[in-house]
Design a binder for this molecule. Structure first.
Ligand code: HEC
Ligand code: HEC
Ligand code: HEC
Ligand code: HEC
Ligand code: HEC
Ligand code: HEC
Ligand code: HEC
Ligand code: HEC
Ligand code: HEC
Ligand code: HEC
Length: 309
């Protein structure tokens, strides 16, 4: 019942919408909705007016549409919202409300931003993993604060963590890329707007993404190691690991996923072979297989000793 009372005036406003022209002489319109000043008449809190200092409100940049559309370039047709409300009625919302309980549908929000931002890094937005699950541009971006957190190295990851909580857990593991340290961002490997590669990766493949920074692992080597050429994530996890150097498993187990353990006699025959035993096997102690095969990514060793330095 209370709800009905609350929305009755809105219903009436809608019913008599024709009664409220965009600009009329009766004084019902508080200024031209296309003028920024019209909105500032009522919205003078810093949380709103901070937008005046953003790139979007630059009057010298005609692409912002500030001069022609004012705040409506993002908030859409707000003529009814600007109009004076009579008889304690409810003010109809502006054309687009970006956040809060009365937020407009995602398509309506995204079309506002995409209307001006189509090319560039947002080229692959349509059909991308985020677009497909109705993530809005403003799920990551803010427009009013002077600094949009997602654009800065130090503050980007926490924005992603709001939805990808497991990534925060990974980033806190002993071995991790220096994302929380502010030396890298998720965006160094991913393009959140969409990409031609898998998993929103910046490059076409996992390896091309990694080799952007770890070029020394590219080769070609005299002695290649097949899985390294194929996919770094066969052995490494990109986000964080409890093993050293972002490994998925520790050697020798990592290696024995593929290499027959009988070949190198790496099976413990007795407790004596194990670390701490009387005759610990070199395949099992310390760095395991890496004691000898230290150039696991590929080697140019002239003697041909396999994957050694
Ligand atoms: C006459 C005063 C007035 C003017 C002019 C005005 N607003 Fe508002 N606006 C309000 C009030 C009051 C609210 C809070 C509405 C409510 O809580 O019901 C509001 C709320 C909003 C909201 C949040 C809506 C929501 O549901 O969360 C946005 C966005 C907004 N206004 C944008 C604008 C824009 C853009 C303009 C200029 C085109 C503008 N306003 C002009 C009074 C005004
Ligand atoms: C009327 C056109 C227009 C609309 C609508 C628009 N933008 Fe922009 N946007 C611009 C222009 C112009 C710039 C400044 C030049 C540039 O960086 O390309 C800009 C800059 C940006 C930047 C970079 C800001 C910075 O500080 O470097 C981001 C992020 C952005 N817009 C996101 C959005 C989002 C999200 C929306 C929707 C809520 C949106 N834009 C709506 C035109 C628009
Ligand atoms: C999942 C989070 C996310 C979503 C959703 C998102 N962005 Fe971004 N956006 C980013 C990040 C992160 C950057 C910084 C990219 C970088 O550092 O290279 C960025 C940068 C930008 C920039 C700055 C210039 C540029 O291209 O690098 C613009 C403009 C922009 N986004 C617009 C949009 C628009 C429009 C949408 C919706 C169609 C959108 N974004 C959706 C995360 C997002
Ligand atoms: C680039 C697009 C863009 C422009 C231009 C823009 N806004 Fe917004 N507005 C947003 C987004 C996105 C939000 C959601 C909060 C945020 O991202 O900061 C928002 C939120 C708001 C709110 C609700 C605030 C709250 O905390 O609930 C009001 C009111 C508002 N805007 C008014 C205005 C006024 C007035 C102007 C012009 C002076 C304006 N906006 C210009 C995109 C824009
Ligand atoms: C060093 C490069 C790199 C960085 C930095 C990085 N990622 Fe990834 N991410 C990858 C790769 C490679 C994959 C796909 C293969 C995999 O998961 O093993 C992936 C997959 C994902 C996936 C999809 C698969 C899944 O597990 O859900 C999400 C979500 C994701 N990353 C989010 C993030 C977030 C959020 C950040 C920042 C905190 C981030 N990534 C930082 C490389 C990176
Ligand atoms: C509003 C929630 C939200 C935010 C914020 C968000 N994401 Fe996502 N993201 C999703 C959803 C939902 C999916 C699709 C389901 C999944 O894979 O978890 C997704 C998928 C992904 C994927 C996997 C794509 C694939 O093909 O498997 C990556 C990578 C990713 N996001 C990275 C990021 C990064 C980087 C940021 C911060 C810049 C970010 N996300 C911010 C909700 C979000
Ligand atoms: C944007 C550059 C960049 C990209 C792309 C990148 N890395 Fe890194 N990587 C780094 C940095 C920086 C470090 C930390 C080096 C340091 O601390 O000295 C690092 C460290 C590592 C380490 C060692 C971690 C440790 O705990 O010692 C491994 C393994 C690694 N990266 C693998 C990968 C893989 C696999 C990919 C692709 C999925 C990748 N990297 C993509 C920059 C990058
Ligand atoms: C067959 C498993 C395997 C594959 C595949 C693999 N790595 Fe490694 N990687 C290792 C092991 C084992 C270590 C630890 C080496 C050590 O401790 O000496 C390591 C260490 C690293 C390190 C940190 C130490 C260093 O050598 O700089 C980086 C960076 C790295 N790998 C990047 C990559 C990249 C990039 C790829 C893909 C091109 C890749 N790795 C593929 C097993 C692998
Ligand atoms: C995903 C499977 C896989 C994993 C995991 C793996 N390897 Fe390999 N490894 C291969 C393949 C495939 C070859 C090529 C075999 C061939 O050419 O007959 C190879 C070849 C080798 C060779 C011989 C190189 C040469 O030049 O003939 C050595 C030594 C080697 N691996 C050591 C390791 C070590 C040490 C690890 C653990 C850090 C490891 N491998 C992990 C698949 C793997
Ligand atoms: C004590 C040093 C040492 C350790 C430890 C070691 N290897 Fe080797 N490995 C060698 C040498 C030397 C060769 C070259 C033998 C040859 O070319 O005849 C070799 C060859 C190989 C080859 C090529 C086999 C072939 O028949 O061509 C593979 C695969 C291999 N090692 C895997 C491993 C794995 C997996 C481990 C850990 C369980 C391991 N190695 C531990 C010294 C070692």
């Amino acid at each position: 019942m209370r709800l009905m009372v609350r929305f009755l005036p809105l219903l009436l406003t809608l019913l008599f919408a024709g009664d409220v022209p965009a600009a009329d002489a009766t004084g019902r319109i508080l200024g031209d909705p296309k003028a920024v000043e019209a909105c500032l008449n009522c919205h003078d809190l810093p949380a709103v007016t901070s937008v005046l200092h953003s790139a979007h409100m630059s009057k010298s940049d005609s692409r912002t549409g500030v001069e022609s559309e004012g705040c409506q370039s993002c908030h859409g047709d707000s003529a009814l919202h600007v109009a004076r409300i009579r008889d304690a009625g409810i003010r109809p919302p502006p054309g687009r409300v970006f956040k809060g309980p009365r937020a407009s549908p995602v398509e309506v929000l995204n079309e506002a931003c995409a209307g001006c931002h189509q090319g560039g890094t947002a080229l692959h937005w349509q059909g991308s993993a985020h677009a497909a699950v109705d993530v809005a541009c403003v799920s990551c971006h803010t427009s009013h604060p002077v600094r949009d957190a997602v654009l800065a190295k130090a503050t980007q990851a926490p924005v992603c963590f709001t939805c990808h909580a497991n990534r925060r857990a990974d980033a806190l593991k002993p071995s991790h890329h220096p994302v929380l340290e502010g030396r890298m961002t998720c965006g160094d490997c991913h393009n959140p707007h969409g990409s031609v590669g898998p998993n929103l990766l910046r490059a076409a493949t996992v390896n091309d993404t990694c080799l952007n920074c770890h070029d020394e692992k590219r080769g070609p080597f005299l002695w290649d190691h097949a899985p390294v050429q194929e996919d770094c994530t066969i052995c490494h996890t990109p986000h964080g690991s409890v093993q050293a150097t972002l490994l998925k498993q520790r050697p020798p187990y990592l290696c024995q996923d593929c290499h027959d353990s009988s070949l190198h006699n790496s099976q413990p025959f007795s407790g004596a072979n194990l670390p701490g035993g009387a005759l610990p096997a070199r395949q099992l102690v310390l760095r395991g297989c890496l004691n000898c095969h230290s150039a696991v990514h590929g080697s140019n060793h002239p003697s041909g000793v396999r994957l050694s330095r």
